[in-house]
Write a new protein. Structure first.
Length: 139
């Protein structure tokens, strides 16, 4: 059991390290744009938002304010091969825009609690890597 928990944490850390910078999206002109201009600050704030407002409301907020952080959460819960605790109901979601609708419509309270705990654990790692990246830039 301990090895399984350790493996899950290692997979989260691996994913978080790969996503320590804002995701990019190709615009209509073929250039890549970052989805978040303030990714590192939002990564630090999201756990507090989740604990204060709840997971669903935080995802709705991110859909409006910071698509980069929402993209990272969507990728972890819907497309990441590293996530062994992925909910079956979310594997069919193919677009970030459908992620929030799927959470609101199809997930039970227990599943929302599970996804909340998993997201908070992921953000523990993301915050570490964002902090380390920022410290390395200032040196």
């Amino acid at each position: 059991m301990e090895n399984q928990r350790l493996n899950i944490e290692q997979q989260r850390a691996k994913f978080a390290f790969a996503h320590k910078e804002s995701p990019k999206e190709t615009n209509k002109k073929g250039k890549e744009d970052t989805l978040s201009s303030n990714y590192d600050a939002m990564v630090k704030k999201v756990p507090a938002y989740i604990q204060t407002n709840g997971f669903v409301y935080t995802m709705a907020f991110l859909a409006e304010k910071d698509e980069g952080v929402l993209q990272t959460i969507y990728e972890w819960h819907c497309t990441a091969l590293e996530n062994k605790m992925k909910l079956d109901k979310l594997t069919s979601v193919t677009k970030r825009e459908d992620f929030l609708a799927k959470i609101v419509k199809d997930l039970s309270d227990e599943e929302i609690r599970m996804i909340t705990v998993d997201t908070l654990a992921l953000f523990t790692w993301l915050r570490r890597f964002v902090d380390d990246e920022k410290a390395a830039e200032q040196s």
